[in-house]
Design a protein around this ligand. Structure first.
Ligand code: C2E
Ligand code: CA
Ligand code: CA
Length: 426
C-alpha cells in the first residue's frame, strides 16, 4: 500500500517529543531523509502502477528498519523521512543509513520488470545547541543537498561538538592509529570469589587522541566492524594480549587473561591461525587465555559457532566465554551442549541484585543453570562490596567491576597484582 504524502509540519510535530526525550536522556537522535533519484524515469519507463507499487515496497522496507509507525513518513512523491530516536551513540545513525542503502540498493522485480533504485540520503544528528525540530530538518536537508551535488550516496551532518567531530575522518584515523601503534590495552582485574585471590583480567582496548581525550571502544569498534578495520585491530589486540600473558606467567602462572572478540573477527577465517601464531611467537599459555564473545554473536549461527569454538578449544586449548549473557536470545536447548567454558552475566542484571528481587532471582538461576552444565560464571559490573558478598553467597565463581577495580593500564595492573599477592581481598 502506498502511504499518503505528509506535510513538513507533520514531520516537525513528530520530531518535537523525540527532541525532548533526547535532551532528557542525553541520547543521540538522528534524522534520515531518503530521496529516490531518477524516479521519474522509472514512472516513464514502466508506468505509474509499477512506480506506485515500488514506492509501497520502499515504505515497507524502511518500516522494517525503524519498526515504528511514528518514525517513518512519506514526505514527497518519492521522498521519505526516518526518525532514529534514543541512539546509544551517534555512530548507530551512520550504520542505520548504511542499512537503508543496503536495503534499497537491491534490484527489485515488479511485474516482470527488474528495477534498480538510486537512493540518496541526507543524514543529520540532533545538535544539543540548536534543540528544535526545524534545525534538525534543515541540517538533514542540507546534507541531502550536499549528497546530490557531490553525487554521493549519502552525506552526514555532525553537530560541532568534540565527540561528533571525532567521528569525521574516523576511517583514516584508525588506519593511522594502527600504523602509529597508538592503541593501548587496559586490564580490568577479575576476582575469584571462593579464594578471594586475583583470577585474572579482561583486556580492554583504549584509544587516546592527540588532545588526550579517549574515544570509547563502544564508538569505534562498531565503526571498525563496518569498515572491516576490526580485522587488523583484532590482530593487534591478540598479539598484545599474548605478549602480556607471557609476561604475567613469570610471576602469576595461572592468571587468566581475557580478550574481547567482535562477532566479525570471531568468524574471520584467519582467527584460529592468528591466535595459534601469536601464542607461538610470545610463548603464551593457551589454557590461561579466554576469548570473550557476546551472546548475540554466539547465537547468530550456532552451527558455525560450534565449529569455530571446537577448533579454538580442542586444537589450540584456549577458553571461550559468552559475554553480556542475558541480553541475547539463548534457548535452553543449547545449554545441553554449549561449546564454551564460561558465562558472563550482563551488568544490567548484576547491578540491581541488592534492590530488585527479580534480578537477584535471575542471577541466582543463571548461576545454577550454568554451573549445572559445567560452566564457570563471571558476574560483571560489580560496583560495591555488598553486591560482591551477595554474589559470594550465591556461589558465583568470579566477579569483575568498579567495586574491585576499574580498567587500568599495564603499570597500574602490575601494581594491583603485587598489592594483592597473598593479601586476601575483602
Ligand atoms: P564489555 O566487553 O562488556 O566490557 C565491559 C565494559 O564495562 C568495559 O567498558 C568496562 O570498563 C565496563 N565496566 C566494567 N566494570 C564496570 C562497572 O562496575 N560498572 C560499569 N558501569 N561499567 C563497568 P569499555 O572498556 O568502555 O568497553 C565497552 C565495550 O567495548 C566492551 O564491552 C566491548 O564490547 C568493547 N570493547 C572494549 N575493548 C574491546 C576489545 O579489545 N575488543 C573488542 N572487540 N571489543 C572491545
Ligand atoms: Ca567483555
Ligand atoms: Ca560484558
Amino acid at each position: 500500500m502506498l502511504p499518503t504524502i505528509q506535510s513538513r509540519k507533520r514531520l516537525l510535530d513528530l520530531l518535537a517529543p523525540h527532541i525532548q526525550q533526547a535532551q532528557q536522556h542525553k541520547r543521540d537522535l538522528g534524522l534520515i531523509l531518503v530521496d529516490l533519484k531518477r524516479f521519474a524515469d522509472i514512472n516513464a519507463q514502466h508506468g505509474y502502477q509499477v512506480g506506485d507499487q515500488l514506492l509501497g515496497n520502499v515504505f515497507a522496507q524502511l518500516m522494517e528498519i525503524v519498526k515504528n509507525e511514528q518514525c517513518l513518513l512519506r514526505t514527497g512523491s518519492n521522498e521519505f523521512a526516518l526518525i532514529l530516536p534514543l541512539l546509544p551513540n551517534s555512530f548507530v545513525c551512520h550504520l542505520a543509513a548504511q542499512k537503508v542503502l543496503d536495503s534499497l540498493n537491491l534490484p527489485v522485480e515488479i511485474k516482470h520488470h527488474q528495477v534498480v533504485l538510486h537512493p540518496v540520503l541526507g543524514v543529520a544528528l540532533f545538535d544539543q545547541n540548536r534543540p528544535d525540530p526545524q534545525s534538525l530538518c534543515l541540517d538533514a536537508e542540507a546534507a541531502l543537498q550536499q549528497a546530490r551535488l557531490q553525487a554521493k550516496e549519502y552525506c552526514l551532518y555532525y553537530p560541532k561538538d568534540s565527540e561528533h567531530q571525532a567521528l569525521l575522518g574516523m576511517e583514516e584515523k584508525i588506519d593511522q592509529a594502527l600504523a602509529d601503534d597508538a592503541f593501548e590495552l587496559y586490564f580490568q582485574p577479575k576476582l575469584d570469589l571462593a579464594s578471594r585471590q586475583p583470577y585474572g583480567a579482561e583486556s580492554l582496548i583504549r584509544w587516546k587522541q592527540k588532545n588526550d581525550q579517549y574515544i570509547s571502544p563502544e564508538l569505534f569498534i562498531p565503526f571498525a566492524e563496518h569498515t572491516g578495520q576490526i580485522i587488523p585491530i583484532s590482530k593487534w589486540i591478540i598479539q598484545n594480549a599474548m605478549r602480556k600473558q607471557c609476561e604475567l606467567q613469570k610471576c602469576w602462572p595461572n592468571l587468566n587473561l581475557a580478550i574481547n572478540l567482535s562477532g566479525l573477527s570471531f568468524k574471520s577465517s584467519s582467527l584460529a591461525d592468528d591466535i595459534a601464531h601469536a601464542i607461538k611467537i610470545w610463548g603464551a599459555n593457551p589454557s590461561c587465555i579466554t576469548l570473550e564473545i557476546t551472546e548475540s554473536a554466539f547465537m547468530e549461527d550456532l552451527q558455525v559457532t560450534r565449529e569455530i569454538c571446537n577448533e579454538l578449544r580442542e586444537k589450540i586449548g584456549v577458553k571461550i566465554s559468552i559475554d553480556d549473557f542475558g541480553t541475547g536470545f539463548s534457548s535452553l536447548e543449547y545449554f545441553k551442549s554449549i561449546p564454551a567454558d564460561e558465562l558472563k552475566i550482563d551488568q544490567s542484571f548484576v547491578k540491581n541484585i541488592l534492590t530488585d528481587p527479580k534480578d537477584r532471582h535471575i542471577v541466582d538461576m543463571v548461576i545454577q543453570l550454568a554451573q549445572g552444565v559445567g560452566l564457570k560464571v563471571v558476574a560483571e559490573g560489580v560496583e560495591d562490596l555488598d553486591t560482591l558478598r551477595m554474589l559470594t553467597e550465591m556461589h558465583c565463581d568470579i566477579a569483575q567491576g568498579y567495586g574491585i577495580a576499574r580498567p587500568i593500564d599495564n603499570e597500574h595492573f602490575s601494581a594491583w597484582l603485587d598489592h594483592h599477592r597473598d593479601a586476601q581481598m575483602i
